[in-house]
Ligand binder design. Structure first.
Ligand SMILES: C[S@@+](CC[C@H](N)C(=O)[O-])C[C@H]1O[C@@H](n2cnc3c(N)ncnc32)[C@H](O)[C@@H]1O
Length: 216
């Protein structure tokens, strides 16, 4: 098996001619993903961040970064982010109790995950716990998700911090053309941030884009 390093603890494995994204991890499987030696497969159809890497867009997430993760669900993607920031911390916000229960199992075994059962649209409610962060990752599929991102950035993002927003066209406007929704979202984000890049997550996630931003 061939393993090519992408960023800290993220590798592209090549096994029998098939490419598999994976994180180097001392932990076991969390969501049914395969363990391949010291790696955990990072499945792009299950994780938009994996899909972004698979599409060739790489963000050099550093091992010591502090991350605020909005929309943790049961921790599929958080588990891989925690593998990457193994000297840092992931503050992970989720407001739905059902996925949060499974997420807590993950947080129990990982020292660098702080689980927060909170509403991401009310950042002041967790501002006593979350410190200034290097990176905000948001995957919450809400109509007002851009406003939610802006508010969290205002509270928690360092001056030179950056972030990624995963945008699902249908959650913002179910009747408009996805391209129009994306154009509007980018325009809105440019008012408060420097938009570094954006791109489609197809074929892994239909009508979704990632947007990579930095504080202005
Ligand atoms: C698409 S799922 C996230 C999947 C997850 N990021 C992953 O890749 O493993 C969206 C999650 O955002 C949560 N969510 C939506 N609005 C939220 C809010 N205002 N505050 C906190 N969580 C929210 C939902 O409950 C849901 O679990």
């Amino acid at each position: 098996m061939n393993a090519k390093r992408i960023i800290h603890n993220v590798y592209m494995l090549e096994k029998d001619g098939v490419k598999i994204l994976a994180t180097k991890s001392k932990y076991g499987s969390h969501y049914g993903e395969r363990k391949i030696g010291e790696f955990r497969e990072w499945i792009p159809s299950r994780s938009k961040l994996s899909a972004m890497f698979m599409k060739g867009y790489v963000i050099d997430i550093k091992p010591n970064w502090k991350v605020l993760y909005l929309g943790a669900a049961s921790g599929t993607t958080v588990s891989h982010v925690a593998d990457i920031v193994d000297e840092g911390v992931v503050y992970a916000v989720e407001y739905s109790a059902k996925p949060f229960a499974k997420f807590l199992e993950l947080a129990k075994e990982r020292k660098n995950i702080i689980p927060l059962l909170q509403d991401a649209s009310k950042p002041w409610k967790y501002s006593g716990i979350v410190e200034k962060v290097d990176f905000i990752y948001q995957d919450i599929a809400q109509k007002n998700q851009i406003e939610i991102f802006e508010n969290n950035a205002r509270f928690f993002l360092k001056e030179d911090g950056e972030g990624v927003i995963m945008v699902k066209a249908r959650s913002i406007d179910s009747t408009a053309e996805p391209e129009d929704v994306f154009r509007q979202v980018i325009r809105r984000l440019k008012e408060s941030f420097k938009v570094i890049a954006y791109g489609s997550l197809e074929p892994y996630h239909k009508d979704h884009i990632y947007v990579h931003v930095r504080m202005k």
